[in-house]
Design a binder for this molecule. Sequence first.
Ligand SMILES: Cc1ncc(COP(=O)(O)O)c(C=O)c1O
Length: 376
Amino acid sequence: MFKEGLRPAWVEIDLKALENNIKIIQSRVSPGSEICGIVKANAYGHGVLECVRVMERNGIRNFGISTLSEAIQLRKAGVQGRIIMLGLTPEMYVDTVVEYNIMTGFTDISYAKALSEEAVKRGKVMEIWGVVDTGMGRIGYQAKDPQAVEEIFAVSQLPGLKLAGIFSHFSTSDFEDRSYADKQERRFNHIREALMEKGLSFYLCSLANSPATMDRPSSHFDLCRPGGIFYGRYQSGVTLVPGIQPVMSIKANIVQLKNVPEGFSVSYERSLITKRPSTIATLAMGYADGIPRPWWEKGKVIVNGQYAPFAGVICMDQCMLDVTDIPNVQVGDEVVVMGRSGDLFIGAEDIAAGVGTIGNNITCGCDARLPYLYLE
Ligand SMILES: Cc1ncc(COP(=O)(O)O)c(C=O)c1O
């Protein structure tokens, strides 16, 4: 039984696997391009401070976050490197941006002016970059808008600011059909070159996410921004990278076992009625711990080296398993809810596919209540 976490269910984070993935990523990044470790959302649920320490130890000096609180958490923990805000920051927060030295992006001159004034007031120079929408349709200047070039140029002239470059985000770089990502890259080059023709020089232009970092060197520019691949996310489609290992596992100890007759009713909605005399095991973890409720239907766990199905819908704090076909199951046995056991494996992507989402959506939801065990 896992005692330290005060409950018999936990997340294991394999920091050696993270280090292994970092080295593979580093081997793929083009010379002259740096890496920004995307560690938003608590490092996709993996524990931001622990993951940042491993990244720092391996020479990574840029970190991507998406809320000011995440940035402040890193600064307060002593992170000295560049902290980059990936989303937009309302003007009212420029004081915080300057205080914690956070690199932000702009999509209009009004924000840049507010930041410029605050930086000048405090005697600082703030790095900033222009956000360009090359096809994600989320944030940024439209890449083909001539006004964008004028405005980004105007920002470069504001005092207290240092225009580092421009950044954009791919929406399909993991697709087998590369045509839309090609188009995004062309748009990125178009606006970058237009700005350079106006006399600007950049040192931090950035386009590549995980799949593009692995598989599209022409998009590396000055800074690659991989996220999911650090944590071992299966890179769908064409960019399955050999050697990348999943970092997160979810485990639990069996807290109750019972032998029940045929016709026995299990869980809410009487979602399982046993069709034979059965052995039902209970785990003290549920959907409030990030295991999606609908996963029970197609889902499985690993018990003593064998797959076992769920028995009935997953409850908020508990779930039941059908372990009838597994010999010698005991209360206290360790169950792998996500992760590897011998040759058997259940990945975040397997769970995600079973419930119609993506792996990040699973890993990001595990840190609400589960204790974390970091394996060095
Ligand atoms: C702006 C930005 N850059 C980089 C990333 C990292 O993407 P990925 O996890 O696909 O590598 C994200 C993640 O969503 C993002 O929003």
